[in-house]
Design a protein around this ligand. Sequence first.
Ligand code: G3H
Ligand code: 13P
Ligand code: ZN
Length: 393
Amino acid sequence: MALDSYKHTPPLNLERKFPENMTSAMSLLYKAKRGEKGNVVGKRYAVPAFNVTTFQSINAAFTAFEMLGSSGLLAFSNSALKHFGRGEAIFGLEIVSDYIAKMASRTKIQVATHLDHGDYITEKGRKVVQAAISCLSSVMADNSTDHVNQTHTDLADNIGLTREVVNIAHPLGVSVEGELGVLAGEEDEDTHSEISTYTNPQELERFLRETGVLMLAPTIGTMHGPNKGKPGSKVKLQIDLAHTLLKIANSIDERICFVIHGASTLYQEVTSYALSSLRKFESAEASVKKWEEFVGTDWEQIVDIVQAGFCKINTDTENRQTFLAKLLGTVIKDPAKIDIRFYDISCTEGLTQSYLRKLIMAGNYGVWYEPKIDVEDFRFDLAKPLQELTSAV
Ligand code: G3H
Ligand code: 13P
Ligand code: ZN
């Protein structure tokens, strides 16, 4: 494909009408990149993309978005979709899109749904991406790694496959996230990347011009999962590279939004709460050690690149950790409550706290209306019920 083919890439159809209160991920991200809240333009903020895997996690995310008036971005991995769809990802897509449309119809925030790490390389993956284009409002076309053969895909193949997705998705108003470079760690229960490469700035312009994507995940040193470095040491991101890449993208189209995968930071409050419960179990030494060795991405470095223009921050692991910590604490505290709802409500509240925390850290509140709680006063404490941690404004 020739370099000047960019002008022929299908533009994102901004006229597309999604179900009530739903929009594309791109429209939420571009608002964040411009620092737009209501009609006011201020400091940039980020949009956390929460990977949800259960109805409770969707409910918890809606509660957090509504308390803060935040952008609502919910992401689904292939394995999460299989979980919702009793083993079938495409059935899962139908279920979650109906569920979220119903939830969104009762809200006053705007919500986007996103396929995380969609694969357009394998036949099975292509079918899921195509179904996601008709059920969701955004998809990731992650074609930078061939997970079957554990190889880095050729630039031309990555471009060609990503462009195929853009050709179908953009006319329908569905935004597309591409990936350039290879991220380390686990991306999905079925896919694990042993290899990792940073994004090559010399490939970026061609990738952006020829695919037409408006969302891009470059690889700058973050990784998926709970062990992002050695205990006690900070993850070192390629900040200079991040700035170089942003400059190139902005000169092509200032609407292009960058995405940080592996953005879970891990909360000290969660680790301490989990450890205090775990130490009450007999023979839990191995699990205690695992918790002690978890290392998240360094938030200070993320904040800096958010201010430079990265606007989607993908978080899954830290919310799983919060859920697990809260489950351990709830079971230790009351192990004989014969009511599923008791444990369910407790863990869902824990997740809500985790989402509130990241949305506040990302500056993502007051986007559609003033927050219903005092964000300065929010305390993150899994030992307490949610209403004790927030004061209404
Ligand atoms: O980046 C990917 C997510 O962490 C997906 O994890 O496939 O276990 O849902 P999952
Ligand atoms: P974490 O493992 O850091 O939560 O990253 C999740 C992610 O990138 C999902 O795409
Ligand atoms: Zn990811």
